[in-house]
Design a protein around this ligand. Sequence first.
Ligand code: HGY
Ligand code: MN
Ligand code: MN
Length: 406
Amino acid sequence: MRVEVGLLGESVGRLAEVGASPVGGGTRLALGGAARAGRDLVRGWMEAAGLRVRVDDFGNMVGRRDGAEEGPAVLLGSHCDSVRRGGRFDGALGVLGALEVVRALNDHGVTTRRPLEVVNWTNEEGVRFEPAMMCSGAVSGRFAKDYVYGRTDRDGRRFADELRRIGYLGREADRPAPPAAYLELHVEQGPVLEAAGLPVGVVEGIVGITWLEATVEGRADHAGPSPMRLRRDALAAAARLVSGVEELAHRLTDAVATVGRLAVEPNVINTIPGKVVMSVDLRHPSPEGLETLVAGLEKLVWEVEARTKVHIALDRFWTSEPTSFDPGTLDAVRAACEGLGLPFGRLWSGAGHDAKYLQDVCPSAMIFVRSAGGLSHCEEEYSTPEDVEAGANVLLHAAVRLAGTV
Ligand code: HGY
Ligand code: MN
Ligand code: MN
């Protein structure tokens, strides 16, 4: 039994047209207009594949395919929201690959013992509404409903209001029940599989991630008359912080750190910046490494304050601990690769995924597909049809192993 990769490629291409940019990528930030159009498209495909679709109180979309037995389902899925000017495979491959698994089972007349469910998680990226993996985290009990509903975007719009506005505010009773197992197909978004010459990978875990926001308060003043010795330039201080953050990661093996978002006030040519608000994204495979990075950042803040006479407030608002996936579920993925005669890598994910929070509530694992140039979160993101087909077939056969057939 194999998936029909032409159909999968076609649906990835159709979904990519929603919020498309002129060069092949696109923007479908959570709960925006393009996200709604993408959701409507996916919902139609889910229903056309015979799935009974429901939407929960976080906007998570769940399509159910009955098994011979009742009881916990094997859940397959990922997310359809994107970063700004992201790629067409990040997240979408996991939702549409899961849909392709359902179509293959339908085409081959296969009844699974356990029910199968396909899920599109709301707001995995955490770009418009920080933090990431928010609605798989909410269903897994990591985030309270009020917290999620009250998160606001840069324009002050609330999550709950936006969910209602796009017509995807469903019921708590329609949340996915704790699954028997969870599988997520995703592009690697890094260089490991390509460097090893492998099409797919068995993902054994996800690194730890912590997000902070630094608010640098200086004093706005005229860019001309104000002597240098009297200035409290918030942007000059923030610049020291940005390069110091990068230096922290270079000094610790396996660490990565990024300042991806930065806002300057008043942001005009002839005023000394009075305030800067910037993000800090720190990642490490171990809890100790993550805490070493945070301690290094706190020391750096103290040094920059002492040197530049600004005040810097750090708000550490999200931490996703390093996560190892379930050995039994990993065995099912490995056995699927072997059964298909596919060479496969074994690696950890440097990117966060909804599977992290699913592992909190059920045995979970991920399957990676090779990323060309290791690129992602950019419009150049690409995976070949052959690699996409290999990944989707691994998902199909791992799902069948976990769900059983009658
Ligand atoms: O940030 C991440 O790693 C994921 O893409 N949300
Ligand atoms: Mn993703
Ligand atoms: Mn992503």
